[in-house]
Design a protein around this ligand. Structure first.
Ligand SMILES: NC(=O)c1ccc[n+]([C@@H]2O[C@H](COP(=O)([O-])OP(=O)(O)OC[C@H]3O[C@@H](n4cnc5c(N)ncnc54)[C@H](OP(=O)(O)O)[C@@H]3O)[C@@H](O)[C@H]2O)c1
Length: 141
C-alpha cells in the first residue's frame, strides 16, 4: 500500500457523501466532534470547500474536502485514490446523497414491461430453464 501523507494514527476515517449541507453536513460535524477524521464530499467544489471552512470555524479541524458526484462514476476513482494515498484505510462510509430513481412515464413503463417479457422469454430459451423442467415466473426472471 502507498505511503500515507496524512498520518491516520488511531483515528477512524469517514467519508460522507452529499455533505455540503443538510443532514450530511450535520453528520460530518457530529463525527468530527467525536474524534473521527472526516472526508466531506460534495459534487460542487466551491460549496464543499465552503462547508469544510464552516466546520473548521466551528472547531472541527480534522475535516477534509474531496469532490464526489455520486451520479458521475468518473469522480469515484479520484476519491478512492485520495483515501488510499492520504489515509490508507476507510472505516466509515455514510452514503447520504440521496438520488431518486428515474422518472418513467406511463407509456415508457408499458414499453418497458413488454421488453422485459421479451428479454425474459429469450433468457429462458437461452438458459434452457424450461427444458430442465424448472418453472419460471411470467416475466421469465
Ligand atoms: N430531510 C429529511 O426529512 C429526510 C427524510 C428522509 C430521508 N432523507 C434523506 O437524507 C439525505 C439528506 O437529506 P437532506 O434533507 O440533508 O437533503 P439536502 O439538504 O437536500 O442535501 C442533499 C445533499 O446531497 C447533495 N447531492 C445531491 N445530489 C448529489 C450528487 N449527485 N452527488 C453528490 N451529492 C449530491 C446535495 O448537494 P448540492 O448542494 O450540490 O445539491 C446536498 O449536499 C437524502 O438522501 C434524503 O433523501 C431526508
Amino acid at each position: 500500500m502507498a505511503e500515507t501523507t496524512i498520518n491516520p494514527g488511531t483515528k477512524r476515517i469517514a467519508i460522507v457523501t452529499g455533505a455540503n449541507k443538510g443532514i450530511g453536513f450535520e453528520i460530518c460535524k457530529q463525527l468530527a466532534s467525536n474524534g473521527v477524521r472526516v472526508v466531506l464530499t460534495a459534487r460542487d467544489v466551491r460549496r464543499g470547500n465552503e462547508a469544510v471552512e464552516k466546520l473548521k470555524a466551528a472547531g472541527c479541524s480534522d475535516v477534509f474536502f474531496h469532490q464526489l458526484d455520486v451520479m458521475d462514476p468518473t469522480s469515484i476513482p479520484a476519491l478512492v485514490d485520495f483515501i488510499k494515498t492520504q489515509f490508507g484505510k476507510l472505516d466509515i462510509l455514510v452514503n447520504n446523497a440521496g438520488i431518486s430513481g428515474n422518472i418513467v412515464s406511463e407509456e415508457e413503463r408499458r414499453k418497458l414491461s413488454v421488453d422485459q417479457v421479451c428479454l425474459g422469454q429469450r433468457g429462458r430459451e437461452r438458459r434452457g430453464v424450461e427444458s430442465r423442467g424448472m418453472r419460471s415466473t411470467d416475466n421469465g426472471i
